[in-house]
Design a binder for this molecule. Structure first.
Ligand SMILES: Cc1cc2nc3c(=O)[nH]c(=O)nc-3n(C[C@H](O)[C@H](O)[C@H](O)COP(=O)(O)OP(=O)(O)OC[C@H]3O[C@@H](n4cnc5c(N)ncnc54)[C@H](O)[C@@H]3O)c2cc1C
Length: 102
């Protein structure tokens, strides 16, 4: 979906600690601080240490299956659902939108 949007990817610290993504992508208190126009947090809980790096983002969209996830309190828009359902559909919708706009 990042490719579809032309977006940059980022991650939480545990994801970088597990070597799923490189450490320069880890945002938060001990990582980088970012302030994009749009931050889409997919399957990220919204711990205070993570929020410290993203809370200056202009628009925050949160996708999380746990309605109690702290990130929803910081979200501009929230989707409470399984990311494996939502993200493929959203990706296809963005592709359709881009095709229709060209
Ligand atoms: C001193 C210190 C400094 C720290 N610095 C940082 C920092 O800079 N950056 C940082 O990110 N963290 C930092 N942390 C760690 C932080 O406290 C959290 O542990 C971490 O941010 C949690 O990462 P997470 O949200 O990816 O993982 P988790 O806490 O495991 O959360 C995963 C989330 O994904 C959701 N989820 C799981 N599966 C699905 C699914 N299929 N569909 C939808 N949602 C799903 C769950 O509901 C959950 O909310 C620091 C901690 C300490 C003690």
């Amino acid at each position: 979906m990042a490719q579809t949007l032309g977006a940059t990817t980022a991650c939480s610290r545990p994801v970088a600690d597990a070597d799923w993504r490189p450490h320069h992508e880890h945002v938060g208190q001990t990582g980088v601080a970012i302030r994009p126009n749009l931050y889409i947090a997919i399957g990220i809980s919204g711990a205070i240490q993570h929020l410290a790096g993203v809370n200056s983002s202009k628009v925050i969209v949160v996708v999380n299956k746990d309605p109690e996830a702290p990130f929803f309190k910081a979200a501009t828009y929230g989707v409470c659902a399984d990311l494996f359902d939502v993200i493929p559909q959203l990706n296809e919708a963005i592709k359709r939108f881009k095709t229709a706009s060209n």
